[in-house]
Each structure stands twice: as C-alpha cells, then as structure tokens.
Design a protein around this ligand. Sequence first.
Ligand code: GLN
Length: 177
Amino acid sequence: MQGNVREHAAVLRRLGAEPVEVRKPGQLADLDGLIIPGGESTAIARLVRLYGLEDAIRSFQRPIFGTCAGMILLDRRHLGLLDLEVSRNAYGRQVASFEADLELSGEDEPLHGVFIRAPRVLDAGPAVEVLAELDGEPVLLRQGRTIVAAFHPELTDDTRVHERFLELVREEGHVRA
Ligand code: GLN
C-alpha cells in the first residue's frame, strides 16, 4: 500500500523468496506469508480499508510480519491480530529516529536496529513472546505465527529477522501440507 515495500521485497529476493505486492484481497489466497511494512500507519490503514483488505488480512491463516507502522496496524486497536497495545511516535521528538544494537534472543551477535519515529509497546498479553529488547522494552515480538518489529530490519544488511519470518513460513507450510 505504502511505505518500505521495495526494501522488504529486496531482502526477500536476497533470501530466495518471491515477493508479490498486494493490493487486492484476492491476492492473499496465493501467499505463503504477508509483510506489512513501515511507513505511515494512518495512510496504510486508510488504504487497507479502501481496498477492502481488512477482513482478508484478519482471516489470513499464514505468517505475518509487521515492521514499525505494520506493527501498529496489527495491534489491538487496529486489525487486532496481536494482543498488543502500541503507542505511535512514542520515542519523542528529539530522539524520534535513532539506531541501537539490540540483543536478539538465542543469539550472541547483536542486531542493529534502525528506529524511525518508532512505536513503543505499552502492554503485551501473555501469548506474546519477546524476541529482542531495547533498554528493557520489547522491540521485536512474536505471537504465534505473527512477528512484529518496532524498528526496520529491511534497512540494514542483517537479514536475520527476515530469515526468522521465512522459517515460520516454512514451518507453517509443513503444518498445512
Ligand atoms: N510514525 C509512523 C506511524 O505512526 C511509523 C513510522 C515508521 O513506520 N517508520 O505510522
């Protein structure tokens, strides 16, 4: 719809996946997974509604990966696919954009996070698992087959978050097969 569509597509291609840009609800049926990129959540939400994609995304039975604005779209107040309360632009004006090394669960090598007017997690339900934190606050989370990042993994050369998403896609594919 809007935002970092190209950047995500480039990472997916690099990892051997075949990205498809989605604008119509019918397209979801052929997908193994869905990424909702960062951008402007109000714009994306408006377009998602306009194109009739709300119900299609809600009933999408495969892995979803939301980054930044995409994370906002998936929260309790929007599509409601994640038991998460998120506050937009919550890192304040001066530090609205910054970069930081993150500790990634199960890995020694830190993950470099690019935060651009990033959302902040105010509350996460019991089913939500924290995969990475920044100063004790969750910035990469997973609930079942849905992953969300407050930062932009598509803007660095580190492909580990996308790899985790593709692993989920593969696992779900086996479950369904
Ligand atoms: N601030 C944006 C919003 O609220 C999100 C920023 C981003 O996706 N980089 O939608």
